[in-house]
Design a protein around this ligand. Structure first.
Ligand code: HEC
Length: 357
């Protein structure tokens, strides 16, 4: 993200028929996408896989899916390929990327994954306030005229849905166009604008600013407190308290990578704090549902020799030499003078990082 809005409307462009699917109950009031779309904030490329059509309006629809290596490509891959003209029209290149280059670029883009949410607790649990926000998110059915938060912002990590099911929706009075429901894995990264003029300015504060753009397609809403103060939302009473719980929950949103990914601990002799942290890493590495959280690898020196291992499903460590150790054996080996660094790596990467070497 560059945290800027760009006015990339094209006065010479054509109307494009909107073929996207909508959430249930939503009227369809944008039958065509107009080429003069107005300023839109740059969206992150992280996590576009499994997230539906691209651009705020979903106007990169991905309707023309090709067969690649014998398999029908995803809607998201097809949608991404619709950006090829931007190499010429926006970047000034003489010609579009070749098909092979665009395929390689698409494969790269589909693999870009959001990092762990730094606000969420390392054991992936919610604080009491975040949990209260989550309850409202799922349970208050009439929070908007169309349904609950989750009615539009599908949150189902097991299905890799992190706030969007890839569908469009009508937005209510005051917003001319329909938008694709956005995910909010990076809502915490958009904090920095603290005041606006007009009715949405909740606190009247327009002082120190870090950013000039905030939330929504045009970045016009400074904070989520301002956003949820809009008339479209019916938060249960006490409203201010409930809004702040939902903000807490959105800031700690679930993401593709569990909070523990990237966390490390180095054990040397007996250090209780380090052992407690190792317990945490081992517990998270044994989670399999709704998604595995991490591969736990151990690297260092044991009995004077280089050591590299990965925790298996049963909780044992398999070393690069094919030997198996319990966690207690490793802890004892460290207490006797070894040193091991344990790292929670992204699921699926442990084999390569610890064993194939
Ligand atoms: C009717 C479908 C719908 C419902 C219900 C809904 N939203 Fe949204 N939400 C959207 C759409 C569409 C946008 C994008 C609007 C835009 O950019 O103009 C959006 C934007 C957002 C954003 C800003 C995303 C960003 O990156 O700027 C957040 C956060 C959000 N919604 C959270 C919620 C929460 C929490 C609830 C429940 C209180 C909720 N929404 C209810 C459809 C919905």
């Amino acid at each position: 993200m560059d945290q800027l809005a760009w006015n990339l409307g094209n006065p010479d462009g054509d109307l494009q028929t909107n073929l996207n699917a909508y959430v249930a109950n939503s009227p369809r009031t944008t039958p065509f996408f107009h080429p003069m779309k107005g300023p839109m904030v740059t969206q992150t490329l992280r996590g576009i896989a499994n997230s539906g059509p691209q651009h705020w309006r979903g106007d990169r629809m991905g309707q023309n899916r090709e067969t690649v290596n014998g398999e029908l490509e995803s809607l998201e891959a097809a949608a991404f390929k619709e950006f090829n003209p931007a190499f010429v029209e926006l970047l000034g290149r003489e010609e579009r990327l070749s098909q092979a280059d665009m395929q390689a670029f698409t494969d790269f883009a589909m693999a870009l994954t959001p990092p762990p949410n730094p606000i969420r607790q390392l054991d992936n649990s919610l604080t009491a306030d975040q949990q209260l926000g989550r309850d409202i998110y799922f349970q208050v059915g009439d929070i908007t005229g169309l349904g609950s938060c989750n009615h539009c912002h599908t949150l189902n990590p097991g299905e890799k849905q992190f706030g969007t099911g890839g569908l469009m929706t009508f937005e209510g009075a005051g917003v001319a166009e329909n938008f694709k429901v956005p995910h909010f894995r990076n809502a915490y990264a958009k904090v920095g604008m603290f005041g606006t003029s007009g009715s949405r300015n909740r606190d009247g504060f327009t002082g120190d600013q870090i950013k000039g753009f905030g939330y929504l397609h045009d970045g016009s809403v400074a904070s989520l407190l301002d956003f949820f103060a809009a008339d479209a939302f019916n938060f249960p009473e006490p409203k201010d308290v409930n809004v702040s719980h939902v903000v807490d929950f959105v800031m700690a949103a679930d993401s593709n990578m569990a909070p523990v990914v990237g966390q490390q601990v180095t054990l040397s002799a007996s250090d209780n704090a380090a052992l407690e942290r190792l317990n945490l890493l081992e517990t998270r590495a044994s989670v399999t549902a709704p998604l595995p959280e991490c591969d736990l690898i151990a690297r260092g020196v044991v009995n004077g020799l280089r050591f590299s291992a990965m925790m298996t499903e049963g909780g044992e460590y398999l070393s690069s030499h094919g030997a198996r150790y319990s966690t207690n054996q490793l802890r004892t080996a460290v207490a006797e003078g070894g040193v091991l660094t344990f790292t929670c790596t992204p699921p699926g990467s442990g084999q390569r990082l610890a064993l194939d070497r």
